[in-house]
Design a protein around this ligand. Structure first.
Ligand code: 6GU
Length: 236
C-alpha cells in the first residue's frame, strides 16, 4: 500500500492528467503515492448530470450543488470510517498558499481536493465535511481562476517535492527559495558551464573554490535580490 494518497474530485478529470508526469508520476510508479482523479458527475443521478444551480439571493453565475459533493465525500471517505482525509478546497476566498502550508500538506497521509467551478460550492458543503475532517480552503494569490483544477496542479507540485521519499535529492528542497534555510530570502542566481558563454562571464568568486567567499557572495546576492524584488520579505 502506498505511503500517501491523493484524491481529486472535479468536473474536468482530463485537466489533472499532468499529475502523472515527472516527479509525481515517478512516485506513483514506485508505488509510494496513490493519485486518483474522480468525475464529480458520477455522483449525480439526473439525466443531465446536474452539478450546479442559480444562487439564492441572486447574483451572477451558478453555484455548485452540495449534494453531489457530499456523495463524493461519503463514497471516498465514509463518515463512519476513522480514517479521514484532509479536505483541500481551492478557492480565491481561501487562506494564501505558502511553502509552510505545502510542507504541512506533505506530511498528510491522505489529501482530498474538491475542485470548484463557477461561483464556487454551496457553503454548507464545507460545514458538512468539517463535521468529520479537517477542511482547508486555500487560495494561490490575488487573482481569480476559472476553477480549482490548475490550483491543484500547483499545490500538488509544491507538496509532492516535500513528500518523504518523493524527491531524489532531499537537500535541494530544503535550500530552495522560501524555505527556512535561506531565512526567507530569494535564492542567489545560479550558473553552470562554460565559465564564459557568448562573452558573458560567471562571477569570479564562484570559480575560486573558496567556500567561505562563495557563501558570503550568495548571501549578499540573496539580500540584494530580495530587497529589489520582494522587499515585503525583509520586513521584520
Ligand atoms: Cl485556489 N481557485 C480559484 N478558482 N481562483 C483562484 C485561486 C484558487 N487562487 C487564486 N485564484
Amino acid at each position: 500500500m502506498p505511503d500517501q494518497a491523493v484524491d481529486i474530485v472535479t468536473i474536468f478529470p482530463e485537466y489533472l492528467a499532468p499529475l502523472r508526469e515527472s516527479l509525481l508520476g515517478r512516485a506513483i510508479a514506485r508505488g509510494q503515492l496513490r493519485v486518483d482523479v474522480h468525475d464529480l458527475r458520477s455522483w449525480t443521478d439526473d439525466a443531465h448530470r446536474t452539478v450546479d444551480d442559480t444562487p439564492y439571493g441572486g447574483g451572477p453565475g451558478m453555484v455548485m450543488l452540495a449534494e453531489p459533493w457530499a456523495r463524493a465525500l461519503d463514497d471516498l471517505a465514509p463518515p463512519e470510517s476513522s480514517a479521514q482525509p484532509r479536505l483541500i478546497v481551492p478557492t480565491p476566498t481561501g487562506r494564501r498558499f505558502t511553502q509552510e502550508i505545502a510542507a504541512e500538506l506533505a506530511q498528510q497521509k491522505w489529501l482530498l481536493f474538491a475542485c470548484g467551478r463557477y461561483e464556487g460550492i454551496d457553503a454548507r458543503l464545507t460545514d458538512y465535511a468539517g463535521q468529520r475532517m479537517v477542511v482547508d480552503e486555500i487560495s494561490l494569490g490575488d487573482y481569480v481562476l476559472c476553477g480549482g483544477e490548475v490550483a491543484v496542479l500547483v499545490i500538488m507540485e509544491a507538496v509532492a517535492r516535500l513528500m518523504p521519499g518523493v524527491l531524489g535529492n532531499a537537500a535541494s528542497a530544503a535550500e530552495d527559495s522560501f524555505t527556512d534555510t535561506v531565512d526567507g530570502l530569494l535564492e542567489a542566481p545560479v550558473y553552470t558551464k562554460p565559465a564564459t558563454w557568448r562573452g558573458l562571464n560567471v562571477p569570479e568568486v564562484l570559480l575560486s573554490g573558496h567556500h567561505g567567499n562563495i557563501a558570503d557572495w550568495r548571501r549578499q546576492q540573496s539580500v540584494e535580490l530580495t530587497r529589489r524584488r520582494r522587499p515585503d520579505l525583509l520586513e521584520g
